[in-house]
Design a protein around this ligand. Structure first.
Ligand code: GLA
Length: 369
């Protein structure tokens, strides 16, 4: 199904935005902390043309459902189309005059695999609409607009990491983002001789489920009890823990505070060219997400364990948790062995075979044609 076959004309342009993996810094973004994602080469492509009738028409090569919306307001659309239409709504809410458009969406990124297919869709649509209507928005602000679409139009309380990664990342780099100030830096990520293997555990995750929102609330509660604007502001972890009576809040706090430290340590290692040494931090991050933040899932734990046993430098779950993907940092000559070991462990348990892809640090959203 080409654009011409769908809409009877050629598109005005084609735009693409990538998915992401987060090297480290999980569940820190909505705590005003630090994250270190990089963009994948896989992503979402949007072919688009302006329309004068104000309508947003949407089709996707991955779905049989279509949508036509003339008045994008929250609640008017659901399913995948809400992520796209929500961006038009959010751009307008931010005062940007974007009109209607015909959009044809294609993706080579698995959905529900924790690789930010939603943010990739939002960001591809955001750059397309901005270009179609000659609207110039600095990327950090466009990331907030896309995040708002997801928060207030779709109703998912995500943080700012995924949209920032999709828009701001550059080839060969990870993005160090301070989620409080919004300031970011490109950190060289030279993977020569190393592979970041993505293991899609095939357990689908949904941020709309309660677990994610529940973690956010717990973090806010802990910060409030500590009299701090956010958990980012904890300077003495031991002292903070001694003031929190609830063991659950203590565990959540311990994760967020130590995870921010791990991001800083990882950045130091990357800047020193010691990329392989980041592996130990990845595994430490996973254990903290499993035991302190309690957002891991059995397939992820097995993938991490088997990957490390088979010689990975380190491994961890990525994204919100409760399903999705694991990344393993592996010497490239051991990648096949890690894949085999994880697959074998899954087969033994009667789980669906995991899917694998190589995560190559790639560029953020761009116009293709
Ligand atoms: C999801 C959210 C992000 C972030 C991660 C956890 O991917 O969309 O904003 O909170 O979970 O680090």
């Amino acid at each position: 199904m080409s654009f011409r076959e769908t809409y009877g004309r050629e598109p005005d342009g084609v735009w693409r935005a990538p998915g992401r993996v987060n090297l480290i810094g999980e569940h820190t973004d909505y705590n005003d902390g630090f994250v270190l994602p990089f963009a994948l080469s896989q992503g979402v492509t949007v072919a688009a043309a302006r329309r004068d009738d104000g309508v947003f028409a949407l089709r996707s090569l991955q779905s049989s459902s279509a949508a036509e919306v003339s008045d994008p307001v929250p609640g008017s659309v659901d399913g995948w189309a809400a992520y796209a239409v929500g961006v038009a709504w959010s751009l307008r809410e931010a005062g940007h005059a974007v009109g209607g458009a015909s959009l044809l969406i294609d993706a080579d990124l698995p959905q529900g695999a924790g690789l930010s297919s939603s943010a990739a869709l939002e960001c591809a649509v955001a750059v397309a609409l901005c270009d179609l209507y000659d609207v110039t928005v600095p990327e950090p602000e466009l990331a907030r607009i896309a995040q708002r679409a997801e928060n207030d139009f779709v109703g998912v309380p995500c943080g700012i990491m995924d949209q920032s990664a999709s828009l701001l990342c550059t080839d060969g780099h990870a993005l160090l983002l301070d989620c409080r100030s919004g300031l970011s830096a490109q950190v060289p990520l030279d993977l020569t001789g190393l592979t970041v293997l993505v293991i899609d555990t095939r357990a689908e995750h949904e941020l709309v489920d309660g677990g994610y929102a529940d973690r956010r609330t717990a973090c806010e509660k802990a910060a409030e009890l500590l009299g701090l604007p956010s958990l980012r502001d904890v300077t003495d972890l031991g002292e903070a823990l001694s003031r929190l009576g609830d063991p659950v809040l203590r565990r959540r706090t311990r994760h967020v505070v130590t995870e921010n430290h791990r991001v800083e340590a990882a950045v130091g290692l990357l800047r020193a060219g010691a990329v392989g040494e980041v592996g130990a931090l990845l595994t430490a991050s996973h254990l903290s997400l499993r035991d302190q933040f309690e957002v891991s899932w059995p397939e992820a734990d097995v993938a991490v364990e088997e990957a490390v046993r088979a010689g990975a430098r380190g491994a961890r779950m990525v994204g919100g948790g409760f399903g999705g993907s694991v990344i393993a940092l592996v010497s490239s000559d051991r990648a096949a062995r890690v894949r085999e070991a994880v697959t074998e462990a899954y087969t033994k348990r009667g789980w669906p075979e995991p899917h694998f892809l190589d995560a190559v640090p790639s560029a953020g959203a761009t116009r293709l044609a």
